[in-house]
Design a binder for this molecule. Structure first.
Ligand code: KDG
Ligand code: MG
Length: 402
């Protein structure tokens, strides 16, 4: 069996997505997601100029060997562009293998470990009252877990506050828009949101919060401690994780569970955090961390330390990643939770898929493969549109972490 050709499809049904389609001499094809929010074309060039010419003619059944060829063979290891390109190939090849086997992907991974996959949705508002209402809407929709983000008085466009309902798109301008940040104001305000949420809805639902890399380790420890009475499911990306040791300080001061990993690309980014038991959930997902083949290694390492998965699932991860992640979640023994930020109707139409939401859980389908396709004709109607994530500055103009 041979790979005969491959192509990259870029489409913007409300936001940009980069999709790789691999064709074979047996008529079976597979698709993988290669989207990198705000830097899409870098991955397109990597795939078109440096990956596709190498894999045409290879045996698509040799998934592991092709993964190693692309990782070791590039010499330049790791990094978000390389690992997304590898992920796109890997997912397309798993799709092909599962289609050839006539099985849904989760069966090839080891079979079903659970019926449904608990997801969390994004509730947000411009202030506490609006966010409390938004959380109520998710509860009415049957969600068991909800991430809550609020605008903070005095901060321009605090992270996570959207314009739409059930989904929002942070990459919203042809050049990065400038948002603000002030840690003191956030530390004074965010705990009040969770106090109000528990007072209003009690303790039956899981609540989550994303710090989006804004706090220093000491400030993060302080936030974790202040949130303890509200029993969060997790506090996410509370400080940047390039220095994995930073989490020691946070861990020494708070029992609020910690989640990290949506911008990690390899097991090496998470190794010290996992082996020193500095986190509770690892948030790497299919597209950013080298596909199914590599994510499985991360999850297996995490399992040794009772750390569970919590795959990133924002709107910039295409339905191809969501579908594949759901097969992964259905199998992985140390599953924690899956993020689920809904896509627009336009996006769902471009990527026909067989997963569905019911009572706070997502269910992958039984179609052979990962269950997600791309309607190329429809995709062509939505040409690429430059869109960047915002940047953040402190009040005095200093650049901060968005
Ligand atoms: O492209 C960036 C988004 O994926 C990110 O800001 C979303 O932090 C995020 C989350 O937790 O979903
Ligand atoms: Mg996040």
């Amino acid at each position: 069996m041979k790979i005969t050709s491959a192509k990259v499809i870029v489409t913007c049904p409300g936001r940009n997505f980069v999709t790789l389609k691999i064709m074979t001499d047996q008529g079976v094809y597979g698709i993988g997601d290669a989207t990198m929010n705000g830097r899409e074309k870098a991955v397109v060039a990597y795939l078109e100029d440096h990956v596709i010419p190498c894999i045409v003619g290879m045996d698509p059944r040799r998934i592991e060997d092709i993964w190693q060829y692309l990782y070791r063979g590039a010499y330049w290891r790791r990094g978000p562009v390389t690992m997304r390109a590898i992920a796109a190939v890997d997912v397309a090849l798993w799709d092909i293998k599962a289609k050839m086997a006539g099985m849904p992907l989760y069966q090839l991974l080891g079979g079903r470990s659970r019926d449904g996959v608990m997801v969390y949705g994004h509730a947000n508002g411009s202030d506490i009252a609006e966010t409390v209402d938004a959380v109520g809407q998710y509860i009415d929709l049957g969600y068991k877990a909800i991430r809550a983000q609020t605008g903070v008085p005095g901060i321009k466009d605090a992270y996570g506050v959207g314009r739409g309902k059930l989904f929002y798109e942070p990459a919203d301008a042809a050049l990065p828009s400038v948002t603000g940040w002030d840690t003191r104001k956030a530390l004074n305000y965010v705990p009040k949101l969770f106090e109000k949420l528990r007072e209003t809805y009690g303790f039956d639902h899981h609540l989550l919060h994303d710090g989006h890399h804004r706090y220093t380790p000491q400030e993060a420890a302080n936030l974790g401690k202040m949130l303890e009475p509200y029993q969060l499911f997790w506090l996410e990306d509370v400080t940047p994780a390039e220095n994995q040791e930073a989490f020691k300080l946070i861990r020494q001061h708070t029992v609020t569970p910690l989640a990290v990993g949506e911008i990690f690309n390899t097991i090496w980014d998470a190794k010290d955090l996992i082996q020193n038991q500095l986190i509770d959930y690892v948030r790497c997902t299919i597209v950013s961390a080298g596909g199914v083949t590599h994510l499985r290694r991360i999850a297996d390492l995490a399992a040794l330390y009772q750390i569970r998965t919590g795959s990133h699932g924002a709107t910039d991860l295409s339905p191809v990643t969501m579908g594949t992640a759901l097969h992964f979640d259905t199998w992985v023994p140390n599953f924690g939770i899956q993020e689920y930020m809904r896509h627009t109707e336009e996006t769902d139409a471009v990527f026909p898929h067989d997963y569905h939401f019911e009572a706070g859980e997502l269910f992958c389908g039984e179609t052979p493969g990962h269950g997600v396709d791309i309607d190329e004709e429809l995709a062509a109607k939505y040409p690429y549109k430059p869109a960047y994530l915002p940047v953040a500055r402190l009040e005095d103009g200093t650049m901060w972490n968005w």
